[in-house]
Every structure is written in structure tokens, then in C-alpha cells.
Write a protein that binds this ligand. Structure first.
Ligand code: AMP
Length: 113
């Protein structure tokens, strides 16, 4: 756990969220400011700052996050979805604990803004 990390506090159960999934390694919860009809986040309980900080030891966990995100999207009736990792402030990262956005339920534009 990293001090003053919002998502570490969520992982520790200190801040309530609309939880969709939890196991010993990761959790999924709805984004507080949804950008699509379905918008939730997958985070590892382990504090990893951003995608650039992923190590060899984290590779299995990152794959698990993707598979679990796809499964939760399907459970929510979403077949087409977008997975987003923001890395760094200029890319839009505001919480510096790695998280995967899962967005769906509307048409998506490309390229992203
Ligand atoms: P990013 O901008 O990629 O760092 O994404 C951070 C996301 O966390 C944003 O989409 C926020 O809306 C979301 N967020 C921030 N605080 C909370 C919270 N307490 N519960 C759920 N989602 C949150």
C-alpha cells in the first residue's frame, strides 16, 4: 500500500465504491464519473504507479485484469468495449495507481481526443 494513494485506499476498503468484482489480487468497480453507459475500472491491489512501471512479475496479473475486464463487460451485456490505460498526466492519468478503464454501451470515436 502506498500512502495517500486513492486506489490503495479503495483496495483496502477504506473508501466505498460500487464493487463489481474482487479477489485476492484485483478488484473492479464502477467509475465515479462514467464516460459511457458502462464504465468501470480494474485495479491490482498491489500498488503499481502506471503501465511504464509494470515488471516481469506483474505480467500474469495484467493479463488477468484484461480477461476479467472482458468477462465483466459481458456480464453487463457489453460485447464491444474499449480498454484504456492512461500513462502519465499528459495522457490523462489523474490517479497514479495503475488502472484499466473498460468503456462500452455507446459508439466510440477513433482517434481518441
Ligand atoms: P485516469 O484519469 O485514467 O487516471 O482515471 C482515473 C479515474 O478514476 C477517473 O475516470 C475517475 O472518474 C475515477 N475515480 C476517481 N475517484 C474515484 C472513486 N472514488 N471511485 C470511482 N472512480 C473514481
Amino acid at each position: 500500500m502506498s500512502a495517500d494513494c486513492l486506489f490503495c485506499k479503495i483496495a483496502a476498503g477504506e473508501i466505498p465504491v460500487e464493487m463489481l468484482y474482487e479477489d485476492d489480487e484485483l478488484l473492479a468497480f464502477r467509475d465515479i464519473a462514467p464516460q459511457a453507459p458502462v464504465h468501470f475500472l480494474l485495479i491490482p491491489k498491489k500498488h503499481i504507479q502506471d503501465p511504464a512501471a509494470i515488471t516481469d512479475d506483474d505480467e500474469r496479473l495484467m493479463g488477468k485484469m484484461m480477461r476479467r475486464g472482458a468477462a465483466i463487460a459481458k456480464e453487463n451485456g457489453i460485447e464491444d468495449f474499449r480498454l484504456v490505460f492512461n500513462n502519465g498526466a499528459k495522457a490523462g492519468q489523474t490517479v497514479f495507481h495503475i488502472h484499466m478503464h473498460v468503456l462500452g454501451g455507446r459508439d466510440m470515436q477513433w482517434p481518441p481526443g
